[in-house]
Design a protein around this ligand. Sequence first.
Ligand SMILES: Nc1ncnc2c1ncn2[C@@H]1O[C@H](COP(=O)(O)OP(=O)(O)O)[C@@H](O)[C@H]1O
Ligand SMILES: [Mg+2]
Length: 259
Amino acid sequence: MKTDSEIIITLSDVWKSFGTQTVLKGINLSVIDGKTTIIVGPSGQGKSLILKHILGLIKPDRGQVLFEGKDINAIQKKELNEIRTKIGVLFQNAALFDSMTVFDNVALPLREKTVASESEVREVVDEKLSLMDLRGSNDKYPAQLSGGMKKRVGLARALVLNPRIVFFDEPTTGLDVALSNEIYRFFFKTQEKLKYTAVIVSHDVPKIFKLADYVALISDGVIQDCLSPEDFQMSSNPIIKNFVEATMGTIYSSEAMEV
Ligand SMILES: Nc1ncnc2c1ncn2[C@@H]1O[C@H](COP(=O)(O)OP(=O)(O)O)[C@@H](O)[C@H]1O
Ligand SMILES: [Mg+2]
């Protein structure tokens, strides 16, 4: 059972409209500390919007977003910024700065959000780059990297402040199966090492079901259910059943992800 002390983030009856389009129609979701929650659902359903609400980038029209029990829309900006530094984010397309080297891209959050000295920055950045097998790429620019390498740089940057929580928005978009697998392998390797809570958003087929602790399906503006992968695949909810049947491709097992 999920107890309150294990819940790190709660969305409670979150509604959001843009003009006449109501996207979120009462989202209820709990993110459990130290676990991996995957939010799945068709494109355009509001998956990225949920992450933006948790980061406080967008305010709900109605409902609450709680971080460790605190309503993030009712706290001071300073406190919200502190929460944001606890969350590492890897957006779609990695969003690297093209004019900056790999090293400078990864160093950016340290330079912007901490008072680390340059030698401390170097130490942390080198450690994260070597975790991602990116040693020797320090001085390269994003344009010189393969798609998989760019994602790894994005992941290194998302992890550079040792976040408690990592958001992955469509982490494998644009990658083929082998590279997607590689990204997930790096992701789970670093999660094991750094013990962060993960929220992964994907419109992809549920390839990574077996690696998730919880799978939540968003459809028709609500979270249909948030279940273990096994229970999700066995769900009698017709919307979840349809989703599972329509999208179930290869299922990666945790054994197949061993490095
Ligand atoms: N800032 C915004 N202004 C207007 N419409 C938005 C905004 N953000 C999201 N939307 C709309 O909300 C819907 C859900 O968006 P999104 O969360 O990006 O979907 P998903 O990530 O599930 O593909 C889309 O129809 C999108 O156009
Ligand atoms: Mg999205």
